[in-house]
Design a protein around this ligand. Structure first.
Ligand code: WT7
Length: 646
C-alpha cells in the first residue's frame, strides 16, 4: 500500500512517513478494495452509479452524467427521489426501533428511534403544508443544535420545500440578508437557548430580521426556555402546530435528481454571502458514498460529528449522509469545555461512539487542555477519526490518533467545502496509507491538479492552486449550469472548478493544502470574507479606513486582526467596542476580531492600494520583505509596535 513513489524526484512531502491502516480496520472496512481507483477511472462517469445505488429511487435515472461538451451537467437525469424517504421511511422495515438521533443538550438529552423521527417529521411536514408552504418554496431555519433542527429540515425536504438553514450564532442582520436574498416567507426559530450557561435571545434577533426584510414573514417559534413568550400576529407556536398534526402522514414528494434539496450561504469573494444550492440526487448520492467509503459509517454504528448543523459539515455529515445510511447520529449542543473539559469524551464513552469527526481547531484546543481529559474516559469504542475545516498539522494529527484514537485508529483528513457539498480529497481509510499533514488523494472518480497562475500544472512538491478538472455528483446548481462563479468556467474546451485553495501534490498523488488563496479568513474552520468584515467595520462612525487580515492563532488556526485608521479625535476604547459590536451585528460574535489595532494610516502603494501582504506579515510578526512599492514606509514601524505580540 505504501512506498509506491512515483518517478519524480523526492520532495520533503514524499519523505513524510506513510502509515498503513491496521489490518483489523481494513478487514471490516466498507471500502477495502484497492482496485476502486482503477475501476472508477475506467468506468467514469458510470462508476458513480455505485453512489446512486446507496439510495432508493422512486423513478430510476436514464443516464449517470449528461455532460455533452461542458455545462449544463445533469447528474442522474430522469431519476426522481425524496431525501426524507431515503433518510427515514426506507429504514423503517428493518430498523424502526433503532436510534436515529441521540441529542445531548445542556444537562438534558433525548433520543429518537427511526419510527419516532418519522412521526415527528410527518407531523411537522403536515403542519408546514397547512401553513401554506409549497414545493420549491424556501423556508429559513434559525435554530441552535436541537433535535427539531433536523426534524424541520427533513419535514421541508419531504414536501420538496427548500430549506435555508442560517447558523444560530449569526446576527439578525446576517439572518435578514439571507432571508431577503432568498425571498423566504416562513422562518422557524426558537425563543432562546442556553450557551455557556447564559440565555441567548434568539427570538429577538429573529424579530429584528423579520422587520428588516421586505417580504412578509410568518414565524414558527419553538419554546426552549419555557418563559411563556407572547406570540403576536403571524407567529405560531411550534408545539401547537406539531401536536395538531401528530399521527398524520405526508407522502414524500418525488423530486427530480437535479431539483434543489437545500440552499446554504457561504462567504464569497465579492464580500456578499454566496448562495449555494445543492441537489437532491447528486448531492445525496455523493454524501452517502463518502459517508460509507471515507467515514466508514455502518448502520449499526453510533456516529458523531461535533460540528454545528448551521454549516455545511453538519448538513452533509450529521444529517444527510449518516441518516441516508441508516445509522445513529449524535447531535450535541454546547461547548467542549462546559461543564468540564472532558465533555466530549464523556459523550463518546457513554454512547460508545464508533466514528468521530471534528475540526483541527477543536483538536488544538484539546491538546492545550491536556491529555488528562481524554484519559479519564474509555474511548476504546472509537474505530475511526475524521477531521475537516482547515489543514491539520502533523503534531495535532499525531496527538489526535494517540490520545483519542488509542494509538491505532485511522485518522482521515477530509478536504471539501460548502461548494463541493461532500468530501473530494481524503484517504480511503480501508485502502490507503495515511500521511499525517497531507489530506490525501482525490477520491476515486475525482480529478484534481495543482496549477500555477497561468493554469499550467506545477512540478510535484511545488506550491500552486488546486483545480478540480471533472464534475462530481455533489456539485451545486451554479456549477452544474455553468453560471459564472469565480474562475470556474470552461477554459477552451475544458471545464474547471477553482476552489481557491493553495496546495502541493507529492509523488504518490497526496495533496497537502496550504490555505485559502483569496481574501477569505478561516477562523476555527469557518470561512469569513475580509470584505464582509471590512464593510461592517467601515460603517462604524469614527472609522476612516480599515483593512482586515488573518493572523496565525494557536487554537483557531487564524484570527481576525482589524487595522483601523480613525477619524480625527475619536476615543479609541469606545471605538473598539463599537467596532466589535458592529461585527457582531453584521455577522455574529463568531467573527469578532481578536485584535483591533489603531493606526494613523494603512500601508499603501503610490496608487493608494492597501498592501495587505504587508499587514498580514506585520500581524504575524513575519519578515516584511520588499517594501519599495510603499508610499508611506514609515508607517510600518508604528504598525509593528501597535500589533500585540502573540
Ligand atoms: C474551506 C472551505 C467543508 C467543511 C468545512 C468548511 C478549508 C476544509 C480542509 C482540509 C485543508 C480545508 C479550505 C476550503 N478546508 N477542509 N481538510 N484541509 N483545508 O467549509 O466554510 O466552505 O470552507 O475550508 O480552505 O476551501 P467552508
Amino acid at each position: 500500500m505504501t512506498g509506491s513513489h512515483g518517478s519524480g524526484r523526492k520532495t520533503a512531502l514524499e519523505d513524510r512517513p506513510a502509515i498503513d491502516p491496521p489490518a483489523w480496520f481494513t478487514e471490516q472496512a466498507n471500502q477495502a478494495d484497492p482496485s476502486v481507483y482503477d475501476t472508477f477511472e475506467r468506468e467514469w462517469p458510470a462508476c458513480w452509479e455505485q453512489a446512486a445505488d446507496l439510495l432508493e429511487w422512486e423513478e430510476s435515472y436514464d443516464t449517470v452524467l449528461d455532460d455533452e461538451d461542458g455545462p449544463p451537467f445533469e447528474w442522474f437525469a430522469g431519476g426522481t427521489l425524496n431525501a426524507s424517504y431515503n433518510c427515514i421511511d426506507r429504514h423503517l422495515p428493518e430498523r424502526k426501533n433503532q436510534l436515529a438521533l441521540i441529542w445531548e443538550g445542556h444537562g438534558e438529552s433525548r433520543t429518537y428511534t427511526y419510527r419516532e423521527l418519522s412521526r415527528e417529521v410527518n407531523a411537522v411536514a403536515a403542519a408546514l403544508r397547512e401553513r401554506g408552504v409549497e414545493e420549491d418554496d424556501v423556508v429559513t431555519i434559525y435554530l441552535p443544535m436541537v433535535p427539531e433542527l433536523p426534524v424541520v429540515m427533513l419535514a421541508c425536504v419531504r414536501l420538496g420545500v427548500v430549506h435555508n438553514v442560517v447558523f444560530a450564532g449569526f446576527s439578525s442582520g446576517a439572518l435578514a440578508e439571507r432571508m431577503e436574498r432568498t425571498g423566504s416567507e416562513l422562518l422557524v426559530t426558537c425563543d432562546g437557548y442556553y450557551r455557556r450557561g447564559s440565555a441567548v435571545a434568539q427570538k429577538n434577533k429573529a424579530d429584528n430580521a423579520r422587520i428588516a426584510v421586505e417580504q412578509d414573514v410568518s414565524v414558527v417559534v419553538l419554546d426552549r426556555l419555557g418563559r411563556d413568550v407572547h406570540l403576536g400576529k403571524d407567529y405560531y407556536d411550534y408545539a401547537t402546530l406539531r401536536d395538531a398534526h401528530d399521527g398524520e402522514t405526508v407522502d414524500p414528494v418525488p423530486r427530480d435528481a437535479g431539483d434543489t434539496l437545500f440552499r446554504i450561504y457561504t462567504s464569497g469573494t465579492t464580500g456578499e454571502p454566496k448562495a449555494v444550492d445543492h441537489t437532491t440526487g447528486g448531492y445525496l448520492s455523493h454524501v452517502a458514498w463518502t459517508s460509507e467509503s471515507v467515514l466508514d459509517i455502518k448502520p449499526t454504528d453510533t456516529y458523531w460529528c461535533s460540528a454545528d448543523i448551521g454549516w455545511i459539515t453538519g448538513h452533509s455529515y450529521i444529517v444527510y449522509g449518516p441518516l441516508a445510511l441508516g445509522t445513529t447520529t449524535v447531535l450535541y449542543n454546547g461547548t467542549p469545555d462546559h461543564p468540564e473539559k472532558d465533555r466530549l469524551w464523556d459523550i463518546v464513552e457513554r454512547y460508545a461512539v464508533d466514528v468521530f469527526y471534528t475540526a483541527p481547531t477543536a483538536i488544538r484546543a484539546f491538546m492545550k487542555w491536556g491529555e488528562e481529559y481524554p484519559a479519564r474516559h474509555d474511548l476504546s469504542s472509537l474505530r475511526l477519526l475524521g477531521t475537516v475545516g482547515e489543514p491539520i498539522d502533523e503534531r495535532a494529527w499525531q496527538w489526535y490518533r494517540e490520545h483519542i484514537g488509542g494509538g491505532d485508529a485511522p485518522v482521515v483528513d477530509t478536504w471539501w467545502q460548502t461548494e463541493t457539498g461532500a468530501i473530494l480529497v481524503a484517504t480511503l481509510p480501508g485502502v490507503d496509507a495515511m500521511k499525517p499533514g497531507a489530506a490525501g488523494k482525490p477520491l476515486p472518480g475525482i480529478q484534481t491538479e495543482v496549477v500555477d497562475p497561468a493554469g499550467e500544472p506545477v512540478d510535484r512538491g511545488e506550491a500552486g492552486e488546486l483545480v478540480v478538472t471533472r464534475p462530481w455528483p455533489g456539485m451545486p446548481r451554479a456549477l452544474r449550469t455553468g453560471e459564472d462563479w469565480g474562475k470556474s468556467l470552461v477554459h477552451g474546451d475544458e471545464w474547471r472548478y477553482y476552489p481557491e485553495d493553495g496546495a502541493t501534490v507529492d509523488g504518490d498523488g497526496y495533496v497537502t493544502f496550504l490555505g485559502r488563496i483569496d481574501d477569505a479568513i478561516n477562523v476555527a474552520g469557518r470561512r469569513f470574507s475580509t470584505m464582509e468584515l471590512e464593510s461592517a467595520i467601515a460603517g462604524v462612525e469614527g472609522v476612516a479606513e480599515t483593512a482586515v487580515v488573518g493572523a496565525d492563532h494557536a487554537t483557531t488556526g487564524t484570527a481576525v486582526y482589524a487595522y483601523v485608521s480613525p477619524e480625527g479625535n475619536c476615543a479609541e476604547a469606545d471605538l473598539e467596542k463599537r467596532i466589535e459590536a458592529a461585527v457582531e451585528r453584521a455577522i455574529g460574535s463568531v467573527a469578532t476580531p481578536e485584535a483591533v489595532i489603531f493606526t494613523p494610516d494603512l500601508p499603501k502603494t503610490r496608487s493608494g492600494k492597501v498592501m495587505r501582504r504587508l499587514l498580514t506579515a506585520v500581524a504575524n510578526g513575519d519578515e516584511l520583505g520588499d517594501t519599495s512599492a510603499l508610499r508611506n514606509p514609515e508607517i510600518l514601524g508604528e504598525l509593528q509596535s501597535a500589533t500585540p505580540d502573540r
